[in-house]
Ligand binder design. Structure first.
Ligand SMILES: Nc1ncnc2c1ncn2[C@@H]1O[C@H](COP(=O)(O)OP(=O)(O)OP(=O)(O)O)[C@@H](O)[C@H]1O
Length: 306
């Protein structure tokens, strides 16, 4: 289990991480979310023991993170970096040996993982001969090939085409069912929503929301509604103009709405019926994660505290 307790990190005058605490558990996928400059990468770098907190603790399996725990982690940084002149196979073996694997095991694992990513033929190629997406797959292999307990993925899907993104998604799901702790940082809410069990949303270095995806969504309540009708849609213009709802999306006979606090679902239905529309379907939903993100972060000045 990965645990952060009251972790703080300052760069000069910038308070990049301000008292962050969370726990990421084995066999679960943990999403670290936040707007640009929120402190995600700064947090991850402390977990990966690249930098140290000014105060607070980071432990993996109860042990403070150190050079030893680093070997039980795999980290795919947002800024990818492989040695361009080195061959893919040599590089993977070299990196896995730094994590404590024997040369034989490292070579076997590198070949198996490349095979799995339809990349067996790249083993003898130089990194500079590969496209950006191909290099990213190689770097993902380097992250997981030594069988780490904790896998940290910073924006792992950026730059991948949909087929490779699916392949990566499947692999991440396997790592989770294999009992690994997977922490992934992203801005892409639809992916986080599909994949994550737990999440922590930070902004300006502070935790705004955390918990299981289900609990976080429940906390925001069912204030989103979809409405399908037949007939005149003028009632919706009136509802929107009065501030009772905000229209998130709309076609001529369907809309996704957010109910303002104080607006009951029956108010919307009544307005539709009074406006002589036939209501075909009306359904309340928990808000999509992207909407929760906007509500929680919206309006904040995202610059970190000085
Ligand atoms: N090495 C550094 N020196 C000085 N300031 C830094 C350093 N690293 C990060 N910061 C500052 O700390 C704050 C948090 O940055 P961080 O990279 O952790 O955010 P992030 O959430 O990963 O952002 P993004 O989503 O844009 O990658 C920012 O204001 C950034 O400018």
């Amino acid at each position: 289990m990965l645990r952060l307790e009251n972790v703080t990190k300052r760069y000069g005058q910038t308070l990049a991480v301000d008292g962050v605490s969370f726990t990421a558990e084995p066999g679960r996928l943990f999403g670290l979310l936040g707007p640009n400059g929120a402190g995600k990468t700064s947090t991850i770098r402390m977990i990966a023991h690249i930098t140290s907190p000014d105060s607070g603790t980071v432990t993996l399996g109860g042990e403070p993170v150190s050079a030893a725990t680093q070997k039980r982690m795999g980290y795919l940084p947002e800024e990818r970096g492989l040695y361009r002149k080195m061959k893919v196979g040599e590089q993977l073996v070299y990196l896995a040996r730094l994590k404590g694997m024997s040369a034989g095991d490292a070579e076997r694992s590198a070949r198996e993982w490349l095979e799995r990513f339809d990349a067996a033929s790249w083993y003898g190629k130089k990194v500079e001969e590969l496209s950006k997406g191909m290099q990213q797959k190689v770097q993902f292999v380097a992250t997981v090939m030594h069988g780490p307990d904790l896998v940290i993925l910073d924006e792992p899907f950026s730059g991948l085409d949909p087929i490779n993104a699916d392949l990566l998604q499947e692999t991440v799901a396997e790592l989770r069912s294999d009992g690994r702790t997977v922490l992934f940082a992203s801005h892409r809410m639809e992916q986080v929503e599909q994949l994550c069990d737990d999440l922590c949303l930070i902004a300006r270095g502070r935790v705004l929301l955390s918990g299981s995806l289900r609990d976080v969504k429940r906390q925001f309540g069912k204030d989103t509604a979809s409405l399908h009708w037949d007939g005149d849609g003028a009632f919706l213009d009136a509802l929107s103009a009065s501030g009772a709802v905000s229209v998130l999306s709309r076609t001529h006979s369907a809309a996704m709405l957010r109910l303002a606090s104080g607006t009951a679902p029956s108010d919307v239905l009544r307005a539709a019926l009074d406006g002589s529309a036939d209501v075909d379907r009306f359904e309340l939903h928990e808000p999509p994660l992207a909407e929760i993100f906007r509500q929680a972060v919206g309006g904040m000045d995202n610059a970190p505290a000085a």
